[in-house]
Design a protein around this ligand. Structure first.
Ligand code: TXA
Ligand code: MG
Length: 325
């Protein structure tokens, strides 16, 4: 059990070193406490999903110190620049297209070609980002389905066994998550109400649209699901491979005869498997194969999110929903 540690300079340096080493650290922001990981390391991001026990891979908010850093990851347009100048650092997350050279792992955005980026307005978060010098992927530091934590004690009560460190920076001043604004839509669309009001935002960028989905759900399934598709047909629960298929396997297994095989985790480690999932699906998604046969992984912990992701990819192909791909 990890106990909160006052966020002194030394504690922040230790936390930054842990994050750079692929570990997960809870830290305060002005909205709620975040569970942070190096967004450029798939294994670190997988640990965040495993700790939260999310049944599926929701995209995470990527924390940066300021707009300049955000501009290294996403394509910043004029509206984004105006909004960031007015509201950053602050409780506003902006959804923007990834840059082609974006260093953030696909797992952090659950395979999406967009990223939600935010510069938090909290001295501890800012210091951590600066010392760490990495974009930090951080969902709220609570277990899936529980209330977001606004004190270090809340984090310890919920995730004290899972995190590598908890930086205590006192109670969050806002206590409510950031507003999420999708700037890839026209008009821009509010995906989640939060710390910055709709009125304040529309004063800068004009009329807004509203997504009606609940905040913890990905936006409408149609829109999200296209990012879950592979170009090739994908079968789940495979127990054998058919002619020309590539195999996505897990652990030790007895399936033979694949044209190509990638193993999510030869050692049978589900967190490692999650870290490899998106990259391996992309690697196998090549026209020289007739399809991808994916074994199922144990349906426990983060394994449920892996199976969910595989099932979605398979379902999309069977419904022939190629428009969305
Ligand atoms: O205030 C906050 O935003 C806190 C602190 C820690 O910064 N973070 C937070 O993260 O609330 P989380 O993971 O609990 O909520 C992230 C939300 C999810 O509902 C997710 O669907 C949405 O952001 N999201 C993230 N990336 C997205 C993207 N590329 N497109 C659409 N929605 C996205
Ligand atoms: Mg949350």
């Amino acid at each position: 059990m990890v106990l909160p540690r006052p966020a002194t300079e030394a504690a922040i340096e230790a936390a930054a070193a842990l994050i750079r080493d692929g570990r997960i650290v809870a830290f305060p922001t002005e909205t709620v406490y975040g569970l942070g990981a190096d967004a450029t390391k798939a294994i670190a991001v997988a640990r965040v999903f495993a700790a939260k026990m999310r049944p599926r891979f929701n995209p995470l908010i990527i924390h940066v110190p300021n707009l300049d850093h955000a501009a290294r990851l996403v394509q910043v347009d004029a509206r984004a620049r105006l909004l960031a100048e007015k509201f950053w650092p602050g409780a506003l997350s902006l959804v923007l297209p990834r840059r082609a050279d974006c260093s953030v792992e696909l797992l952090a955005s659950a395979g999406l070609e967009t990223l939600a980026v935010r510069a938090p307005d909290h001295a501890v978060a800012q210091a951590l980002l600066t010392v760490c010098a990495r974009p930090i992927a951080a969902p709220s530091a609570n277990r899936s389905g529980e209330v977001s934590p606004t004190t270090a004690a809340h984090v310890a009560a919920g995730l004290g066994e899972e995190v590598d460190q908890i930086l205590d920076g006192g109670a969050c001043s806002i206590g409510l998550e950031s507003t999420i604004l999708d700037l890839t839509r026209d008009p821009p669309e509010i995906l989640r109400h939060g710390g910055i009001s709709d009125e304040a935002l529309s004063a800068v960028v004009g009329p807004l649209a509203f997504d009606t989905a609940e905040d913890t759900r990905p936006r409408s399934p149609g829109r999200l699901s296209r990012h879950y598709a592979t170009g090739l047909a994908l079968r789940t629960n495979a127990t054998e491979v058919r002619s020309g298929e590539a195999l996505l396997s897990f652990g030790r297994h007895a399936v033979t005869g694949a044209d190509a095989e990638l193993n999510l985790s030869p050692a049978g480690d589900l967190t490692e498997a999650a870290a490899n999932l998106f990259a391996m699906l992309r690697d196998l998604d090549r026209p020289e194969y007739t399809g991808i046969a994916a074994v199922s992984v144990p349906d426990v912990g983060i394994g449920r999110a892996i199976n969910d992701r595989l099932r979605r990819a398979a379902a999309l192909k069977t419904t022939g929903n190629r428009d969305n791909v």
